[in-house]
Design a protein around this ligand. Structure first.
Ligand SMILES: Cc1cc2nc3c(=O)[nH]c(=O)nc-3n(C[C@H](O)[C@H](O)[C@H](O)COP(=O)(O)OP(=O)(O)OC[C@H]3O[C@@H](n4cnc5c(N)ncnc54)[C@H](O)[C@@H]3O)c2cc1C
Length: 585
C-alpha cells in the first residue's frame, strides 16, 4: 500500500480547525477499517437525515455521523417547510396553487441560481415530497393564516412565508400560501418546531436500520488511487466512556452562551464564558477521542451545514454581512465545504447570504418607511424580511432606519401587545422601540439627529406621503393601502442596520459546493463529478441559494438530500448488478 496526501487549497488560513487534506490510498481494501457501510453521511441534520432515509429505503446500509448531537440548524429552526403546486394541505385549506404558479414565483426569487429544469423538478416534486415527509412521521396541518406576516401566530400552520402577497410579486404570479409549519398544537413560541420536523425523521431512519453516531467529527476524506472517495476519518470519544457525556454537556452549555447576541448587554461576557467551556471540551477531546477510519462502499454525503460560524470565511467571502448575527449552530464552520474542496470540489455562490430583517409584526412597522444612511427610501417594506435584508446589505451599505410618525409608533406598541404575537417577535420589537430609537419633533430635526441628507430625506417623506394618499405609484412597488403616512410628529427612527446593537440581524450562508443538479455529485472546477462524493443542504449550492424565503432552506434539504441518497442507490444498484458487494455495515 502506498499512502500519500493531496495538497489542496486548505492551508489559506480561513478553513475550520481540524480539517485535513484528503488522504489518498492506492489500495484502500488493504487497510484495516474501523467500520463500514454502503453510505456514510457526514453531518446528521436536515439534509443528512433525508439522504440517510432515502438510501436506507433503497436497501443500502447507512452510517450517519455528527460532530454534536445531530439535528443541527434544522432541529432548532422555525419548522417552516416551503411546498406548493397543490399539496394535500393546501387543498384541504382551500388554497389554489399549481406547479406552474410555484415555478413562476420561485423563478423570480431564485433568479437562475439553479437551472430552469432543476427548479421545475423541485416544484413538480414538492407535493409528493410533503407526502413523503408525512409518511416518515412529520405532522402537518391545514389551518390557514391568510394575512401577511413574517411568522404566523400559534395554532396556524399554513401561511404566506414569502413575498408573494407584496405588490410587485402579486402582479406577476397569483399568491398562494406555501409555508407549511410543522404541526405542534398550542405552542406559544417559535422554537421546538424544528425538532418536530427532525426527530420523527431520525426515529424513522433508526427503524429502517440507519446507524447514527453522535460526537463523531469528520476531519478527513479518504480517496482511492483514482480519486474516488471511499471513506472518512472521524474523531470520536467512545460513547461508553464517561468523558463522552461530559464532553457533550460542556458543548451544550457553550452553545447556549454562544447564542447571546454580541451587542446585547453581557454579550462579551457570554462569548468569553463560551470560549472557556469550549477550551475544556477541546482538552477532553484531545485526550479521549480516537481517530476512526470508516469505509463507504458506495458514497459519502457531505451534509454538514454552512459556514456562518466561521467568521474568517465570512470575512473572506461575504464581508458585507460580517456585522450580522450568525444564525445556525457552531457546526456551521464550513467543515463540509472544506472536506469537499480537499477532494477537489469547487465552491460556488459563497458571497450569497440571507439576512433576516423581519419587520412584521408589528404590522405598523411595515406601514412605515425604510431609508438608508442618506435618508433615501429603497425598498417595499412589505417584502419578506430576507428581501429587505438583501437590499440593505447588497446595495445600501448595510444601513436601514425605519421611520415612523407618532400614529404608526403608537400603533406598533398596540400591535406587539396583541394576543398571538410570539415572544421572539414581541420582545425584540419592544426593546428597539424603547431603547434603539431616535426621536425628534420634526422631520428635519430627525434628519439632523440621524445624519441624513436633509433634502433627500424630506423628498423621501413627501413621496411616501403621496403614496399613502394614493396620489403616486411607488417606484418600489408598495401598494398605497400598505403605506402609512409620516406627517404627524413626533417622529421616530429605529436603527435596523446590519450592525444595530439592539436589533441583531440574523444571517446564514447560502453558497457551498458546486454539485451536479441531477445527482448531487460534487463537481470540480472543470465541472467533472468527483466519484463517490455528494453534497446536500447548506454544504452545497441549492434552490434557496439566491434569495431565501421561509421554508425554502429545509425544502432544499429535502430535495437535495433525497437526490443524493437516490443517486448513490442508483449507482450502487448498477454496481451490484455487475458484482455483488460482500457484507453489510
Ligand atoms: C433559528 C433558525 C430558524 C430557521 N428557520 C427556518 C425555517 O423555518 N425554515 C427553513 O427552511 N429554514 C430555516 N432556517 C434555516 C435552516 O434551518 C437551515 O438552513 C437548514 O436547516 C440547514 O440544514 P443542513 O442539513 O444543511 O444543516 P444542519 O441541519 O445544520 O446539519 C448539519 C449538521 O452537520 C454537523 N456537522 C458539522 N460539521 C461536521 C463534521 N465535521 N463532522 C460531522 N458532523 C458535522 C452539525 O453538527 C449539524 O448537525 C432556520 C435557521 C435557524 C438557525
Amino acid at each position: 500500500m502506498s499512502a500519500g496526501m493531496t495538497r489542496t487549497k486548505l492551508d489559506d488560513g480561513v478553513w475550520p480547525a481540524g480539517i485535513e487534506p484528503a488522504q489518498r490510498l492506492e489500495r484502500p481494501e488493504a487497510i484495516a477499517w474501523d467500520d463500514e457501510a454502503d453510505v456514510i453521511v457526514v453531518g446528521y441534520g436536515g439534509a443528512g437525515v433525508i439522504a440517510a432515509l432515502e438510501a436506507a429505503a433503497a436497501g443500502l446500509s447507512v452510517l450517519a455521523l455528527d460532530r454534536y448531537g445531530g439535528g443541527g440548524a434544522t432541529r432548532i429552526n422555525g419548522g417552516v417547510y416551503y411546498a406548493g403546486g397543490g399539496t394535500r394541505i393546501q387543498v384541504e385549506a382551500g388554497v389554489t396553487d399549481s406547479v406552474q404558479d410555484m415555478f413562476d414565483y420561485l423563478s423570480l426569487e431564485t433568479q437562475g441560481v439553479v437551472t430552469a429544469p432543476t427548479l421545475r423538478r423541485f416544484c413538480q416534486d414538492s407535493a409528493a415530497n410533503l407526502d413523503w415527509l408525512a409518511a416518515n412521521g412529520v405532522p402537518f396541518n391545514a389551518r390557514l393564516y391568510a394575512k401577511k406576516t413574517s411568522y404566523p401566530p400559534s395554532d396556524y400552520y399554513l401561511y404566506h412565508s414569502d413575498s408573494s402577497l407584496a405588490g410587485r410579486y402579486a402582479e406577476k404570479t397569483p399568491p398562494a400560501a406555501r409555508g407549511h409549519r410543522v404541526f405542534m398544537p398550542a405552542a406559544n413560541r417559535a422554537d421546538g418546531y424544528g425538532a418536530g420536523f427532525y426527530d420523527p425523521l431520525r426515529a424513522t431512519a433508526r427503524e429502517r436500520g440507519v446507524r447514527d453516531w453522535n460526537h463523531a467529527q469528520v476531519q478527513q476524506l479518504i480517496q482511492d488511487g483514482q480519486g474516488r472517495v471511499v471513506g472518512v476519518k472521524a474523531l470520536r470519544i467512545a460513547p461508553d466512556l464517561p468523558q463522552a457525556a461530559e464532553h457533550q454537556a460542556l458543548l451544550a452549555a457553550a452553545h447556549k452562551w454562544q447564542a447571546v447576541p454580541a451587542g446585547f448587554p453581557g454579550g462579551k461576557w457570554a462569548a468569553a464564558k463560551a470560549e472557556k467551556l469550549l477550551a475544556k471540551a477541546a482538552v477532553l477531546k484531545a485526550t479521549h477521542a480516537r481517530p476512526l477510519r470508516l469505509r463507504a462502499r458506495h458514497g459519502v454525503v457531505l451534509s454538514a451545514g454552512g459556514f456562518v460560524y466561521n467568521r474568517a470565511m465570512i470575512q473572506r467571502h461575504a464581508p458585507k454581512y460580517l456585522a450580522g448575527m450568525p444564525l445556525g449552530t457552531p457546526g456551521d464552520d464550513g467543515a463540509g465545504i472544506a472536506l469537499g474542496v480537499s477532494a477537489g470540489g469547487a465552491m460556488t455562490g459563497m458571497e450569497r447570504m440571507s439576512a433576516w430583517r423581519f419587520i412584521n409584526p408589528p404590522q405598523a412597522w411595515a406601514r412605515g418607511m425604510i431609508v438608508d444612511a442618506s435618508g433615501a427610501r429603497y425598498v417595499d417594506e412589505t417584502l419578506y424580511g430576507a428581501a429587505i435584508g438583501q437590499e440593505m446589505c447588497e446595495r445600501h451599505g448595510g444601513k436601514a432606519y425605519l421611520i415612523l410618525d407618532q400614529a404608526l409608533y403608537r400603533q406598533a406598541w398596540k400591535d406587539v401587545s396583541q394576543k398571538g404575537v410570539l415572544p421572539f417577535q414581541k420582545y425584540p420589537a419592544m426593546l428597539v422601540m424603547a431603547l434603539g430609537r431616535k426621536k425628534a419633533a420634526t422631520l428635519p430635526a430627525l434628519a439632523a439627529r440621524c445624519g441624513f441628507d436633509a433634502e433627500i430625506f424630506a423628498e423621501a417623506a413627501a413621496a411616501y406621503n403621496r403614496l399613502a394618499d394614493g396620489a403616486q405609484v411607488d417606484q418600489f412597488g408598495k401598494r398605497a393601502s400598505d403605506a402609512g403616512s409620516v406627517r404627524q410628529g413626533p417622529y421616530y427612527a429605529l436603527d435596523m442596520s446590519v450592525d444595530a446593537p439592539l436589533a441583531p440581524l440574523p444571517t446564514l450562508t447560502l453558497g457551498g459546493l458546486s454539485v451536479d443538479e441531477v445527482s448531487g455529485q460534487v463537481r470540480d472546477e472543470a465541472g467533472r463529478g468527483i466519484e463517490g462524493l455528494y453534497a446536500a443542504g447548506r454544504t452545497a449550492l441549492g434552490v434557496c441559494s439566491n434569495l431565501y424565503v421561509s421554508g425554502l432552506a429545509v425544502a432544499d434539504c429535502v430535495f437535495s438530500g433525497r437526490r443524493a441518497g437516490a443517486a448513490i442507490a442508483d449507482r450502487a444498484g448498477r454496481a451490484r448488478s455487475l458484482a455483488p458487494v460482500a457484507g453489510s455495515g
